[in-house]
Design a binder for this molecule. Structure first.
Ligand code: COA
Length: 149
């Protein structure tokens, strides 16, 4: 059994940010043959960054959220270190993010799910909408979850 991870909201000036970017590169970019320069999004600094980190500061999971300023926004860059996948870390990250967003008055999340991750999001109440499409060279499906009144 591995040690529990801390779930922390950080910004791009946090010392953990470099580890977050490393994880995003290893899990989401390198396997697709993409370069490290493709990790950062244009709206990186305007997004929430939630990381799952060990007590020693190793980032083992992350998820980002970019608010649209109208009560919704986009969840993106969801990643868990391959050595820890399937142990509930991804679910914890999404649930923690949703709780924080609820506090902030956000009531709707959209995301671009990779085909193989559709079941993961569906298990947490996200519903597909629109037609499947290709992004970063692989099939994707838009999904959405809305709560509140
Ligand atoms: C997808 C990913 C974030 C899931 O994180 P994880 O920590 O492995 O998932 P969890 O262990 O928290 O799983 C939560 C639930 O989803 C289910 N699940 C996980 N991956 C799934 C999948 N690919 N398809 C269907 N269900 C899945 C689990 O069985 C679990 O179900 P339960 O709560 O009923 O037991 C992780 O596997 C990952 O980083 N994959 C590679 C990067 C990626 O594809 N990111 C998503 C880009 S859109």
């Amino acid at each position: 059994m591995s040690d529990p991870l801390d779930l922390l909201f950080i910004d791009v000036t946090d010392p953990l940010y470099e580890g977050e970017c490393d994880l995003r590169f290893r899990v989401l970019r390198e396997p697709l043959g993409m370069s490290r320069s493709t990790v950062a999004f244009p709206f990186e600094a305007d997004s929430l960054h939630l990381v799952a980190a060990t007590i020693d500061g190793a980032v083992m999971g992350c998820v980002l959220f970019h608010p649209d300023g109208a009560g919704g926004g986009r969840l993106f860059q969801m990643a868990v270190d391959p050595s820890l996948q399937g142990q509930g870390i991804g679910r914890s990250l999404v649930e923690h993010l949703e709780a924080e967003l609820t506090e902030r008055g956000v009531e709707s999340i959209e995301l671009h799910a990779r085909d193989h991750a559709v079941g993961f999001y569906a298990g947490m109440g996200y519903a597909p909408f629109g037609e499947p499409y290709e992004e970063v060279g692989i099939p994707h499906q838009n999904m959405r979850k809305t709560w509140g009144d």
